[in-house]
Design a protein around this ligand. Structure first.
Ligand code: NAD
Length: 321
């Protein structure tokens, strides 16, 4: 089985590639090392992968790469490459979101329709729901994204569905809910909090910390992506949550306990685009491909703490966040 993984050098992409190689699959990774966060970090995410002879890597931007020379022989496309992050999606940077999240997805779908793929898995996001009145968030809910990032992911998700309906591309879109664990992006809350506490720096919390998030451990996301790729489900949109919905303040308490140190907290204003609560209804994922998140928050947080403790390079190179 040959997989094409876009965004292979990223947080989630590198974990998916590693698991696929463990399963003896052949993996082609594409990543352009965008400057959203340190390229050093992305290069180090690839280190273990590069040792495996079943892994090949294309260092190119999806906007320009010749996909007609990449897709022949590919069975599965796992499309993760995107400009992530809610807060930075306002203003002039939206062009990057529109290029990398919408245009790139359309290009990949347009070319994929010429090949006999077994599945095209798209990484969508809980951000498509926005400030949903109803919790838990369910796939059929009305979608009102609260950020330009959410708008770009929803547009891409709609394109994915259109290419399934009109051209029979065997797609599935997975709406990931806040993913955490080793190699988490340096802009994300747990990474920032753990890094700052380890360095005896105060942590910055946007809002009053009483916002809730459905945190999903990265290995559960990997399980979901692979199960969705191998399932018979086609043309579906499916939530992937971790079943660990908790306030940020409570999550900080777990981090403090894991590190054995109290955090000095500075509460800042609510950021535009941040939603107060997320919680996934994961019944559909359970039904379609027996998804069941396994890693509980305290265990997952300890794993992320141990990773950040052990990796000084990442601590140093992430200093822009
Ligand atoms: N991390 C989360 O909590 C979360 C939640 C919901 C959805 N998602 C989605 O999951 C996917 C992966 O997220 P992540 O957290 O691993 O992000 P990430 O930034 O770590 O990984 C994305 C990778 O894609 C690459 N990339 C971006 N645009 C590219 C382009 N045009 N050409 C080639 N490479 C490009 C980047 O260099 C990066 O390595 C994204 O689609 C994101 O929207 C993530």
């Amino acid at each position: 089985m040959r997989f094409l993984v876009t965004g292979a050098a990223g947080f989630i992409g590198s974990h998916i590639c590693e698991r696929l190689l463990d399963l003896k699959c052949e993996v082609i990774g594409i990543d352009s090392f965008t400057d959203f966060y340190s390229r050093k970090v992305k290069k180090s995410n690839l280190e273990k992968l590069r040792e495996n002879f079943n892994f090949s890597f294309i260092h190119e931007n999806l906007m320009t790469v010749d996909l007609f020379s990449v897709l022949p022989g590919v069975d599965y496309v796992i499309h993760l490459a995107a400009q992530a992050g809610v807060r930075s999606s306002w203003g002039k940077d939206f062009k990057t979101y529109s290029d990398f999240n919408i245009l790139v997805t359309q290009k990949l779908l347009e070319i994929s329709k010429n090949f006999n793929l077994k599945k095209f898995v798209f990484a969508s996001s809980s951000s498509v729901y926005g400030d949903s009145a109803a919790l838990p968030m369910t796939e059929g809910d009305i979608l009102r994204p609260s950020s330009p990032y959410g708008v770009s992911k929803l547009a891409a998700e709609n394109l994915v569905t259109l290419y399934n309906k009109n051209f029979g591309v065997p797609t599935i879109s997975l709406r990931f809910f806040t993913v955490y664990g080793p190699r988490q992006r340096p802009d994300m809350a747990f990474h920032r909090f753990i890094r700052s506490i380890l360095r005896n720096e105060k942590i910055e919390v946007y809002g009053d910390g009483e916002q809730t998030r459905d945190f999903t451990y990265v290995s559960d996301i990997v399980d979901a992506v692979i199960a969705a790729a191998q399932s018979d489900a086609v043309g579906e949109i499916v939530n992937i949550g971790g079943g660990s919905t908790i306030t940020l303040n409570k999550a900080i308490k777990i981090i403090e306990k894991g590190i054995g140190k109290k955090a000095e907290i500075e509460y800042l204003g609510v950021q535009r685009g941040d939603v107060p609560h997320t919680k996934a209804n994961i019944k559909k994922a359970k039904k379609l491909f027996e998804y069941s998140p396994k890693v509980k928050l305290p265990e997952g947080i300890i794993n992320e703490i141990n990773w950040l403790k052990g990796d000084n390079l990442l601590c140093r190179s992430a200093q822009n966040f």
